[in-house]
Design a protein around this ligand. Structure first.
Ligand code: ADP
Ligand code: MG
Length: 743
């Protein structure tokens, strides 16, 4: 039997209890799973530093020296143990806040230790908090005995360093609190991976065809996977990472592109050749303004798809306010001109109703019938809509996900537009196709700009169009960062705008209690950003919102203040939103439920409390709620005075730019893809083990091109050289639920 498929419990050092933990906490069940559990960083043990070289900006370092004395300082929770540590070139403090007793008991004065940790500066003195401490290797101990001083000259140290090959790079593995409590910390996992490699004496089978490995000068799979756990040098590690990142991205792309090819083979597209009375009537007589160049281009791109004989699957990206609704309408009119119906799906009832009103408004007296179908359309009304659809005298159906229910049938559905796509998974999209013998064209619209690398992975099966231009005459929103303590100035701004008859949003974050797994350590040289390992619990707190609501009512006694949040009944929520839209309330205090698509052009101020708690894309979405009229609008990002460096940078990005794509790129860089909006719900392959979409754009391009050339050159999958690819792809699809979902 293949060792890789062996149950992990039989691996030396595991046993049934730990095997259970591995399975429950990390989904690791076999030796092969453990092999694929890569370290998240490496600790450079290949070199010993001298204390005089150290400063507070260095990553993890290894020192060798002796403790000269211990001090206990502080009381109660501030109590800490300090060990004064020197190597003859200088001295630093080792500090323990926890495990004081253990450290004091186990470490001796004047005994040589290898100490490992991240130096920081505290009160002008360098210290390492909670260092790893080990007995120094024999040769170092010998040295300490004979000279009493570890490093008298640099030559001594460099000989030593060259003898340290055995220490090398140590892998660090993520574990959970639960695992750590049972002794399965990173070091324990490292012991197990070491045991595993003792078993894996034979070279591991290659997972890419030799011609691809050669073409891109990749390391063999065997060498890569051994070195990803136990790298022999930084260069080798980089090479191993490249190989595994390429492979990972390659298979994701191969999966997507193969699916695209199959879809094209399997489904013909409706051919829309005609531009007729509906489109022209609207374009020449009802269009209230000039289309922007970007809108025109996008409509042309969509038109080309709809004539091509292939089913359109297109993603339309356009910033908030860029005029996507109008594009959707004009495309729907083309479908109608070609004897088909169109369906526009929105993520919420409010939005669906808003779309309905907007479309009817645009269409005026044109003979196009638009109807609404949501969960609240019931009884006779519902029956009428359903019948109208089947008969074909409803031309455009606007609705929520209620439209994908099986009993909703069309006469001839030719186009589906999905607005704000991230609430609809691939599976739901596919359900819509089934509503017509020939699957309808699909246009997915999003106002959440997605960086290219992410789009290629999340929506790699879709062609992409971009509206990169706002309609003319909009004043850019002015964004400012203010501290909590500036409350008075914020109120002044609010009063000024209220006096001008404008309205104001105030948004509070829901405080989500996060159940974190391992606290990730600060980066060292070879770390890549962690993916989101924290599992979010559903518990949410509205405390801030309630307190804020009361405070605002007190501070603005002459104005009406509304309140909405996700825990309200949907009818109450809608009613409250409607009151704000009708200008019956002046200030709306809310959570992010107002995030998507809501349109109240008279609102000119968006105040976001605890702005540090929001993702950049989310801040951008929220900001997009204002600036919809011709007047100057404002966005105020409120934070507490003390914020970290990353937060400061993130807020600054928002202040500096209103370009959604720039913001999305920055967000990806600052946070890593796991945290980005929409990635969890997308239902597309995403759980990357080693590649990082924020950093590995070039590798991704290479992987996509390579995958595309495999598909193009071997569409029938007859080339024996590629057998290994299809076999491996099948394996991956079995073990990755998301991968299976796209076909
Ligand atoms: P989004 O892309 O966020 O869905 P909307 O479709 O809601 O944007 O459009 C925002 C506003 O801009 C709407 O009031 C719409 O009527 C208006 N609009 C759309 N296209 C144009 C245009 N070419 N010129 C002027 N205003 C436009
Ligand atoms: Mg919209």
């Amino acid at each position: 039997m293949n060792i890789l498929s062996q149950d992990i419990k039989y691996l030396q050092g595991v046993g049934p209890n730990r095997a259970l933990l591995f399975a429950n906490e990390l989904g690791i069940k076999t030796v092969g799973d453990l092999l694929g559990y890569y370290p998240y960083k490496y600790v450079d043990r290949s070199r010993i530093y001298q204390i005089r070289e150290i400063d507070g900006s260095m990553p993890y370092v290894q020192l060798c020296g002796q403790i000269f004395s211990f001090d206990t300082v502080g009381e109660g929770r501030a109590k800490r143990l300090i060990a004064h540590f020197s190597d003859g070139t200088g001295s630093i403090d080792l500090v323990w806040f926890q495990g004081i007793k253990y450290a004091a008991k186990n470490y001796d004065c004047r005994k040589p230790y290898l100490v490992f940790g991240k130096p920081t500066v505290f009160n002008g003195h360098i210290q390492i908090a909670h260092p790893e401490v080990e007995n120094a290797p024999e040769e170092l101990r010998e040295q300490a005995r004979t000279t009493g001083n570890l490093f008298e000259d640099d030559a001594q140290l460099s000989t030593l360093n060259s003898n340290l090959s055995s220490l090398n790079f140590k892998p660090s593995y993520n574990t959970s609190e639960k695992m750590k409590r049972s002794g399965l910390n990173s070091a324990a996992i490292a012991k197990l991976t070491a045991n595993m490699f003792k078993l894996l004496k034979e070279p591991l089978a290659e997972t890419l065809p030799p011609y691809i490995v050669q073409q891109h000068h990749l390391m063999s799979y065997d060498e890569a996977v051994r070195n990803i756990h136990y790298p022999s040098s930084p260069e080798v590690l980089r090479h191993a990472q490249l190989r595994l990142k390429f492979e990972e991205l390659f298979y994701v792309q191969l999966n997507i592109l193969r699916y695209v090819k199959d879809r094209q083979l399997r489904y013909k597209g409706l051919i829309f050749n005609t531009i007729g009375d509906h489109f022209n009537g609207f374009f020449y007589n009802h269009l209230p303004f000039q289309l922007t160049e970007a809108q025109k281009r996008v409509i042309r791109e969509i038109r080309a798809d709809m004539k091509s004989g292939r089913q359109m699957n297109r993603l339309l990206q356009g910033d908030v306010g860029s005029g996507k609704t109008l594009v959707a309408l004009m495309v729907a009119l083309i479908a109608i001109d070609n004897g088909c119906q169109a369906c526009i799906m929105a993520p919420t009832e409010i939005l669906a109703e808003q779309h309905l009103a907007t479309l009817r408004d645009f269409l005026g007296d044109l003979p196009v019938r638009v109807e609404l179908l949501t969960g609240t359309v019931k009884g006779k009304k519902r029956t009428a809509v359903l019948e109208g659809l089947v008969r074909g005298d409803i031309h455009i159906l606007v609705g929520t996900h209620a439209v994908i229910e099986d009993n909703v049938m069309f006469n001839k559905l030719g186009l589906v537009v999905i607005d704000e796509q991230h609430r609809f998974g691939v599976a739901q999209r596919a359900k819509l196709w089934m509503k017509n013998a020939v699957p309808p064209h699909v246009l997915v619209m999003t106002a959440t700009p997605i960086p290219r690398t992410l789009a290629m992975t999340l929506y790699g099966d879709l062609d992409v169009s971009v509206i990169d231009e706002l309609p003319p005459g909009r004043k850019p929103i002015r964004t400012v960062h203010m501290f909590d303590a500036h409350r008075q100035r914020i109120y002044e701004l609010m009063n000024r705008e209220l006096d001008l008859g404008r309205q104001i949003y105030i948004v509070y974050p829901l405080i989500q209690e996060t159940e974190s797994t391992e606290q990730r350590e600060p980066s060292n040289r070879f770390e890549w950003p962690s993916r989101d390992g924290g599992r979010r619990s559903q518990k949410m707190d509205l405390k801030d919102l309630e307190a804020g609501f009361e405070e605002i009512q007190r501070a603005f006694p002459n104005h009406k203040v509304g309140k909405v949040h996700g825990k309200m009944k949907s009818a109450d929520k809608d009613a409250e939103m409607q009151r704000f839209a009708n200008h019956e309330t002046h200030i709306l205090v809310s959570t992010t439920v107002i995030e998507v698509g809501v349109n109240v052009p008279n609102a000119s101020v968006m105040i976001i409390e605890n702005a540090e708690r929001f993702g950049l894309s989310q801040l951008h979405q929220l900001r997009g709620r204002v600036g919809r009229g011709a007047d100057q609008s404002y966005c105020v990002l409120v934070t507490k005075f003390e914020i970290g460096e990353t937060t400061r940078k993130r807020i600054q990005v928002m202040v500096d730019t209103t370009d959604g794509f720039e913001i999305a790129e920055e967000d990806l860089k600052l946070r890593g893809p796991g945290d980005l909006e929409g990635t969890q719900q997308s239902g597309m392959a995403f759980d990357l083990k080693i590649a990082n979409l924020a950093r590995d754009g070039q590798i991704l391009n290479l992987a996509r091109d390579t995958a595309q050339s495999v598909i193009t050159s071997d569409p029938e999958e007859h080339n024996p050289q590629n057998d290994i690819l299809w076999r491996h792809l099948r394996e991956l699809r079995k073990s990755n639920i998301n991968w299976g979902a796209i076909s």
